[in-house]
Design a protein around this ligand. Structure first.
Ligand code: MG
Length: 204
């Protein structure tokens, strides 16, 4: 394959096919307060602890950060828009169910999950032993192979609100991939993009 990067039309085609449709990156961040009398659920795993996370749903901060990364990558806003905490339908709901809804919305837009990398930040409890089950739960809800999901846990060395055990935060990054086949290249250096299966903005 020969590339003609001085050809404006071809450069526009590359931008369209690879940068806008083929892959999208998103980030997510969430925090929930630790309180007594609530369950601690992270990545769909119930963890024995004297404190749990406060929230309208099950307050699964890890799953929330991942959902925000996914929605952000697809340009679909955030979970507050799709699942408002003023809606009783989401009161106490499993965040894994909401994640499945997000995946359905992404599929409607033509995207599947490429990979997810997320970090939990908590002083206590120790989370390492629960990470394999979190990855299993999340990969099933994400409808992707478990090898494409990475979860890490760290502390902030006793500093700040996580260090003082006032709350737990989570960060996530994701890559979305287009479900459309971008392999059939239809162009030449002398003409504009003619469109292909990987592009939903077909130019006649
Ligand atoms: Mg949240």
């Amino acid at each position: 394959m020969q590339y003609f990067f001085d050809d404006f039309e071809f450069v526009e085609f590359v931008r369209c096919r690879f940068w806008e449709d083929s892959m999208r990156i998103g980030t997510g961040y969430d925090v929930h307060r630790l309180v007594e009398g609530r369950q601690l659920i992270l990545g769909g795993v119930k963890i024995e602890h004297n404190l749990g996370l406060l929230g309208h749903s099950d307050a699964d901060v890890l799953t929330h950060a991942i959902m925000d990364a996914l929605l952000g990558a697809a340009g679909l806003g955030d979970i507050g828009i799709h699942f408002p905490d003023t809606d009783d339908r989401y009161k106490g709901i499993s965040s894994l169910k909401l994640l499945k809804e997000v995946i359905s919305k992404l599929l409607d837009e033509g995207y599947v999950v490429g990979n997810v990398d997320a970090t939990l930040i908590a002083q206590k409890p120790k989370l390492a032993e629960f990470i394999p089950m979190m990855k299993k739960n999340l990969s099933e809800a994400l409808n992707t192979d478990i090898s494409r999901v990475n979860i890490k846990a760290t502390t902030e060395e006793g500093l700040g609100f996580t260090g003082h055990e006032e709350g737990i935060s989570a960060q996530a990054v994701c890559l979305l991939e287009s479900i459309y086949d971008s392999s059939s290249v239809v162009y030449d250096s002398q003409s504009a993009c003619n469109g292909c299966q990987g592009c939903r903005r077909i130019i006649q």
